[in-house]
Design a protein around this ligand. Sequence first.
Ligand SMILES: *Cc1c(COP(=O)(O)O)cnc(C)c1O
Length: 387
Amino acid sequence: MTEPAMKFDTLAVHAGQAPDPATGAIMTPVYLTSTYVQEAPEKHKGFDYSRTAHPTRLALEGNLAALEGGRFGICFASGVAAISAVIQTLSPGDHVVCGRDVYGGTYRVFKRHFERFGVRFSFVETSDPAAVEKAILPETKLAWIETPSNPLLRVTDIRAVCRLASGRGVRVAVDNTFASPALQNPLRLGAHLVVHSTTKYLGGHSDVIGGCVVTDDAGLHENLRFIQNSLGAVPGPLDCFLVLRGTKTLSVRMKRHCENAATLARRLSRHPDAAAVHYPGLPAHPGHATAAAQMSGFGGMISFELHGGLERAKRMVSRTKVFALAESLGGVESLVSHPASMTHGAIPREERIKSGLSDGLIRLSVGIEDIDDLTRDLEAAIAASRP
Ligand SMILES: *Cc1c(COP(=O)(O)O)cnc(C)c1O
């Protein structure tokens, strides 16, 4: 179980899990059950119905809470279900200050779904804390940050935003999907809520969809539990097992993701065909110092532009052989994508361009393969995409 004295890598393997009391099984069983036999009405072992609480899910919730250094973990059926649960703690009339450069599905659910229920959103450049401060209204209840952001890898100073938001009664939620808890722990920097798409680095093997919220706030936790049970967007037992298995190797995977991405980013930044390279680990990146201060590694995500814009980008992403052309990120295998037409297609073009997401931007999720093969693949695809 969670021992606060233990270090991250030990928690990753053990937190939330104990040998199965019935059999001694060292791995948490996938409890395929919807209900639980009670000794007498309301006399049971802590579980009465699997939407409300589930043993495999409970183990995962304990594990993820420990990895984020928080008291409470609450798991959902997907990252956007976790994001939605946080917004569902708000009421009509409430206002949210949100990063401009966020996951496309976050923008979509905020703008096209929650605005219909009277929650209002302002999208601002959160890498500039002054812009966040300026956007805060008397009705503002929440600041929503993604750092590093998707897909431009912009870095927001979590401490700075928390400082100015807390002073004004605004809670701060951080989507920590890109960094993973192995590289960044927003609760320790002052955030009230951390959100993950566990589909990505936490699962790590591109075989599951899931999400979670972690918080230290008992009131928020109670509210989120109520929402989890009432709205019912819960993950299945096997999904929980897969994420629980993924987190055991999170730390070792992240080290390799970071090493490989740093090497590729350096190469790209010196490449004559590259017009721009976004990677927080590059000293020239505007968020480099902040990232170095709040992260223990710069992550496995890179985005870049080639001279030649949209047409060149489309040719390049179709010519890689090791990097697979696909949405998503954070798995052991390398992926390449074209955000404007894929992950961020839900954002109107005008909004996209305004936030700096050009039509020609290419995004890489750098996997844990051999760096020589990745480098060769990328350079060959860039060469093959020349007009
Ligand atoms: C993928 C992703 C999400 C959404 O998660 P799903 O599991 O796909 O619902 C949210 N935020 C970020 C940063 C993501 O990359």
